[in-house]
Design a protein around this ligand. Structure first.
Ligand SMILES: *Cc1c(COP(=O)(O)O)cnc(C)c1O
Length: 491
């Protein structure tokens, strides 16, 4: 399997795409074609455990590795999930099926890809003849940083450095990062917001002098950001897995089309669902759920992407984003893989902050996707509704998706079985969840999680409960201007 750039200027093997992250022409790597999974194979997969489903799907895309290699990587990565497994499916009323993607070490769906990425990356580096140490640089608004640190902890041949905005992440998220173990991990607070941290990281990546200085130390930089193909491919698996589990449970018959609803930020998770459909998974419609930063809802409804708007901090912070990087891969498919057209839209976005797609691409988009968004009040009401009506606890990101799905059903009358992606543990956002349930919030986040646990009978995950007792191992702070020197002295 070969990969091509959405800007048309480079093709690569799977290993090259993973090591490189971004294509040299500034585009994103996409598979040259979509391997097909037929109905008979789906029925076969329904009898397999998650790990076998994963090795099967990944094997279609990552042809540089043997099936045995992939099976080994998958087994090592997913042994880190708790007793519920990687993507258990919960049945709610009205044909709603929730895939809980938060049973990994950092309690958010990013673990599904970031526990596997270190294995894929080290094997890819080897396959491409790269023998320098790989330094993973991450700017995070909360979840990605911890998932990357945890995934790369003590992985030979790699290091991982994370920049987070000081004061811009939840207390649980901050403690998860600064207590990170592993001799190869570094965490640095930036006196600024997420954009400052992200801009600083991009500057380091683009700095030839920095690259030369790292090379002298035997280090090459790489990214664990969701534009990396190695993060996207593992996410395709759980949509197949959810469908297989629904077949097994008798929720659907072979060939039945389902709907899929995803709380969306950078557009990676919902894009993986779309790729599953392109591989043959029967899907009727994708519901793209946003919070108050509803640039994608407007785009799906009007064909015009306009990032020139106020940025809002919400209780679903991992979706507080105005430029969804992975949308570029979707645009590439919508316009019939015309790299010139995609390049034009991306240029307009960079120069003016907006672009408008042509009528044919727009028709393709609205045929596939429905966009809806949830206000903070909608989100809190969904958390309360799920608990009061079904005794099911959800985090604010999942609640945004539930609201969007409900709106879709009310507007279209299409109430066929719908898979909703649940992307984080409710205990990662204990304050917002407690407030939504009407519990008092006059204490620190850990006390709130304890009270939430007592009120609901749901156990606080160990990785949250233990946080206040762990030693703080990372205390570095820097200004946005000093990120490179802070990084150099940290390593
Ligand atoms: C990252 C994240 C999202 C958004 O996913 P994208 O792939 O960026 O669209 C949603 N929910 C949670 C909890 C996340 O951490």
């Amino acid at each position: 399997m070969k990969y091509v750039s959405t800007r048309g200027g480079q093709s690569a093997t799977g290993s090259q795409a993973i090591v490189q992250g971004l294509a040299r022409d500034g585009g994103l790597f996409v598979p040259e074609s979509f391997p097909q999974v037929c109905a008979d194979e789906l029925s076969l997969m329904a009898k397999e455990p998650y790990e076998a489903r994963a090795a099967r799907i990944l094997g279609r895309f990552l042809t540089d590795f043997t099936q045995e290699q992939l099976a080994g990587m998958v087994k090592a990565a997913y042994a880190r999930f708790d007793e519920h497994g990687v993507a258990p499916l919960k049945a709610l009323q009205g044909g709603v099926r929730v895939i809980e993607l938060y049973h990994g070490p950092t309690l958010a769906f990013k673990d599904v890809a970031l526990t596997l990425l270190p294995h894929l990356l080290t094997a890819s580096a080897k396959a491409t003849g790269e023998n320098r140490q790989v330094l993973i640089l991450v700017a995070t608004s909360g979840d990605t940083g911890k998932a990357a640190l945890s995934g790369f902890q003590d992985v030979p041949g790699t290091r991982c450095a994370v920049f987070y905005p000081q004061g811009g992440v939840s207390e649980a998220q901050r403690l998860q990062m600064v207590t990170q173990r592993g001799d190869n991990t570094r965490v640095i607070a930036v006196k600024g917001n997420f954009d400052d941290a992200q801009t600083g990281v991009k500057r380091i990546f683009a700095d030839p002098e920095a690259a030369a200085a790292f090379d002298k130390k035997g280090i090459v930089l790489s990214s664990a950001n969701s534009i990396n193909w190695g993060r996207l491919a593992p996410q395709i698996v759980y949509y197949f897995s959810a469908y297989c589990d629904m077949l097994t449970a008798g929720d659907i018959e072979p060939g039945d089309a389902i709907n899929i609803c995803v709380p969306t930020g950078n557009f990676g998770n919902i894009l993986a669902a779309y790729y599953a459909m392109r591989m043959g998974l029967p899907v009727n419609r994708f519901i793209c759920a946003s919070n108050r930063n509803n640039v994608l809802t407007d785009f799906i409804r009007t064909g015009r992407y306009d990032a020139r708007r106020e940025f809002h901090l919400t209780t679903s912070p991992s979706m507080d984003i105005l430029i969804s990087s992975n949308l570029e891969r979707m645009l590439f498919e919508l316009c019939g893989r015309d790299a010139g057209t995609v390049g034009g839209w991306m240029k307009a976005l960079k120069e003016t902050g907006a672009y408008e797609i042509d009528p044919a691409s727009r028709a393709a988009l609205t045929g596939l996707m429905y966009g809806a968004w949830a206000s903070e009040a909608d989100c809190a009401a969904e958390i309360a509704r799920a608990w009061n009506e079904e005794k099911y606890l959800i985090d604010p990101h999942t609640a945004v998706a539930m609201k969007a799905m409900r709106e879709y059903r009310a507007e279209t009358g299409d109430d066929r079985p719908c898979v909703v992606a649940s992307t984080a543990s409710p205990f990662k956002f204990g304050r917002a969840v407690s407030a939504a349930l009407g519990l008092p919030t006059d204490a620190d986040d850990f006390t709130l999680c304890d009270r939430l646990s007592k009120a609901t009978g749901w156990a606080v995950p160990l990785s949250i409960a233990e946080l206040p007792t762990l030693p703080v191992r990372h205390k570095a702070v820097c200004t946005p201007e000093d990120m490179l020197s802070a990084l150099m002295s940290a390593i």
